[in-house]
Design a binder for this molecule. Structure first.
Ligand code: PHE
Length: 446
């Protein structure tokens, strides 16, 4: 089975494209708002630094050594108990599950690109009415744009690693960065910038309970695309002798920087033109458009550019969420790329419709359990449970299962003195941290 290889920059942009997603620009600001800013942001940053970075390297290493789809890579790298370890590869399913709501959100973004061209709501109240009526009553609009997202994503996947995924990222990622940097520079000139800084970085620990903790750690995994084999699948197409540590560094650096830049920019706008940090998934769809309105014509331009950047971020992540399972069916079942891409696409498309319907008035009640509807459940189970669990599997797999000599042969020359601390962290720090997260999750520790 032959796979086209990424170019060096292609790999970094694709992996960064996977990491930089709705998680950075849509989710991070609103959960930071929800859990009170500073302290929450700090837990997230510490997790990224202490755990995320080392798992990023571990995941890249599994892909790099395995060179195959996630399931086969796990199977081949495990010296014994292959059928058991092969299960680790099925973490790729988490990506398909994430896509169920991810694609619906990308649909909302498409809708906002189009409407922001000629219209912005004049108050938060109006913005809220518009957003909630789309969310709770407008099946048609959501369905049309969700379908568009499905078609675009599936199309890129049918073109493969080189002709589809790499090309997409080479164009979209730099464009996205230029848009965000441009808007960030504008935010820097506003007086409320310092308020945004203090909201994001001054820690109020009283706001942190066990739920906030789990969400912050879960988000660190989500935003770095860890724990489900996306990064691993891309790394399987790395050229031999690539520097894993450098690539991992760039991905973590870009992802974190973009989250912080986006957060500071959004909060500055919200302080300056709006009503301050808002809570909930509506932040960029409700408070932000109303703030853009206050900027006049510049606001329309900013709104369109902002939603385009958000759509780009979402699309480059989407292809990485689906690719692991596409590779799996190509590698293990000899499906051709077209068939595998369309089948996986249809999976998230159809369940995505269920997610979309679970927000619709009158239908929602049938798709809600324990106060969370289907849409929210998928989000919660994937980000808070499946990804940290996946991270644990990857850490244990590299730390204990693959022979140390194999790991060392590749990693010691790259990590040098940092090899032992990295290895130690995979063996002991990450598993313990993940265990604490799981216990918190079950409400045992609070
Ligand atoms: N990292 C992406 C984001 O921040 C989401 C993602 C998760 C992508 C897991 C791939 C794998 O939106």
């Amino acid at each position: 089975m032959k796979i086209a290889r990424f170019s060096r920059i292609g790999f970094i942009l694709a992996a960064a494209g996977s990491a930089v997603g709705l998680g950075n620009i849509w989710k991070f600001p609103y959960i930071a708002g929800e859990y009170g800013g500073g302290a929450f942001v700090l837990i997230y940053l510490l997790t990224v630094l202490l755990i995320g970075f080392s798992i990023m390297i571990a995941e890249m290493l599994i892909g790099y050594l395995g060179r195959r789809d996630t399931v086969t890579s796990f199977e081949e790298l495990a010296p014994k108990h292959k059928p058991f370890w092969k299960l680790g590869g099925f973490q790729g399913l988490a990506g398909l599950f994430i896509m169920i709501f991810y694609s619906v959100v990308i649909g909302w973004i498409f809708n906002y690109i189009v409407t922001s061209l000629y219209f912005l709501p004049s108050s938060v109240k109006e913005a809220e009415t518009i957003f909630t009526s789309m969310l709770h009553t407008d099946i048609m609009t959501q369905l049309i744009y969700h379908t568009l997202a499905f078609v675009l994503i599936t199309y890129v996947l049918t073109k493969g690693i080189k002709g589809g995924i790499e090309k997409l990222n080479l164009f979209l990622m730099p464009t996205l960065m230029i848009i965000l940097i441009g808007m960030f520079i504008y935010a820097l000139t506003l007086d409320t910038f310092s308020q945004a800084v203090s909201f994001m970085f001054s820690a109020d620990w009283s706001k942190i309970d066990s739920e906030a903790f789990v969400v912050a750690v879960g988000h660190a995994f989500f935003t770095l695309s860890l724990g489900m084999g996306a990064i691993m699948t891309y790394a399987a197409s790395l050229e031999k002798d690539s520097n894993i540590v450098k690539s991992a560094f760039w991905v973590v650096f870009l992802d974190t920087t973009i989250a912080i830049v986006a957060g500071l920019m959004l909060f500055t706008f919200l302080y300056q033109y709006g009503s301050g940090p808002a809570k909930g998934p509506g932040l960029v769809f409700i408070s932000l458009p109303a703030a853009f309105y206050e900027m006049g014509i510049l606001g329309n331009i900013f709104a369109v550019l902002f939603f385009i950047a958000l759509a780009f971020a979402g699309l480059t992540s989407s292809v990485s969420l689906v690719e692991p399972m596409v590779q799996y069916f190509i590698d293990r079942f000899n499906w051709n790329r077209l068939k595998a891409s369309v089948a996986m696409g249809l999976f998230f498309y159809l369940f995505g419709i269920v997610a979309l319907l679970s927000n619709i008035e009158g239908i929602s009640a049938y798709l809600t359990w324990n106060e969370k509807n289907f849409f929210d459940w998928v989000d919660y189970i994937t980000a808070a449970i499946m990804l940290p669990l996946g991270g644990l599997i990857m850490a244990v797999f590299v730390g204990f299962i693959i022979e140390k000599s194999r790991v060392e042969a590749v990693m010691r020359p790259q990590l040098k003195w940092a090899f032992e601390p990295w290895y130690f962290s995979l063996r002991y720090i990450t598993p313990v941290a993940m265990l604490i997260v799981m216990l918190n999750l079950m409400g045992v520790v609070s």
